[in-house]
Design a protein around this ligand. Structure first.
Ligand code: MG
Ligand code: MG
Length: 250
């Protein structure tokens, strides 16, 4: 069932969204050569808790950390570790959620470590642009989920990149993952019709090479099947009478 939020609930969700966005920005500011993903995760956890919120991902389905931090060909769900050190030229995806006042926020971004390749920079840019295309499609009166996915995937494919199909965006609310699924691909005019009060995480995951992904033996980390680079960009988006509102954008 899709839980549609009223304007008071969306107002409450702004707090979870803001803390999520701030925690993500803080994590992004720490990205530099030589730092471990554990240190970034700890900073994010402490900030969320200092705000009186709870890290949404900690213990979610048994996940052992507050943020998912994924490097290079790791697509999503990377586990922070003292042994995972960032190196110049890496790209690192940080995915964060915060829960407060009964609601979650969910947001992700991809950060370059020092000087990275032209390809990596383009991938990061195209991934963010594809998110923006998705939001623009969602803003159209009467839009359907297929319009959002087609807008994202069309932009990604125009650069020769691939959209991950196995993992998708989702509704956000009292639960971190609610209905509906929000695929980053689709057919225009198909899928459920979007309506005011829906709150969805739009989150393209984009690979330089094939769309295929593999799950690591740790049970969490998802890798590109061909070892190519992957980028991720996500905001929690409320569909309001004034159009889409990015709750996690600070
Ligand atoms: Mg996320
Ligand atoms: Mg999400």
């Amino acid at each position: 069932m899709i839980f549609v939020k009223n304007s008071d609930q969306i107002k409450q969700m702004k707090l979870a969204g803001r803390i999520t966005g701030e925690a993500l920005a803080l994590g992004g500011e720490m990205v530099r050569e030589g730092i471990s993903t554990y240190e970034i995760d700890e900073k994010i956890r402490r900030y969320i808790e200092k705000c009186g919120a709870r890290p949404s991902f900690l213990h979610y389905g048994g996940f052992p950390a507050s943020a998912c931090i994924s490097i290079n060909d790791e697509v999503i769900h990377g586990i922070p570790s003292r042994r995972r050190i960032l190196h110049e030229g890496d790209i690192v995806k940080i995915d964060v959620g915060a829960f407060i006042g009964g609601f979650h926020g969910d947001s992700a971004n991809t950060f370059p470590v020092g000087k990275v390749s032209e390809e990596a920079l383009r991938l990061i840019e195209v991934t963010k642009e594809s998110f923006e295309r998705g939001v623009a499609a969602a803003a159209v009166e009467g839009a359907r989920l297929g319009d959002v996915g087609a807008a994202i995937d069309g932009h990604v494919r125009s650069f020769g990149y691939s959209t991950v199909k196995k993992y998708v965006g989702h509704g956000v609310g009292h639960d971190l993952h609610e209905e509906p699924n929000v695929p980053n691909y689709g057919t225009p005019g198909r899928g459920i019709r979007l309506c005011r009060g829906m709150v969805i995480a739009i989150e393209p995951m984009v690979n330089v090479g094939t769309a295929s992904v593999l799950e690591q033996p740790d049970g969490w980390t998802v890798l590109t099947a061909d070892g190519s680079l992957s980028a991720h960009y996500e905001h929690t988006v409320a569909l309001t009478e004034d159009g889409p509102l990015l709750l996690t954008k600070i």
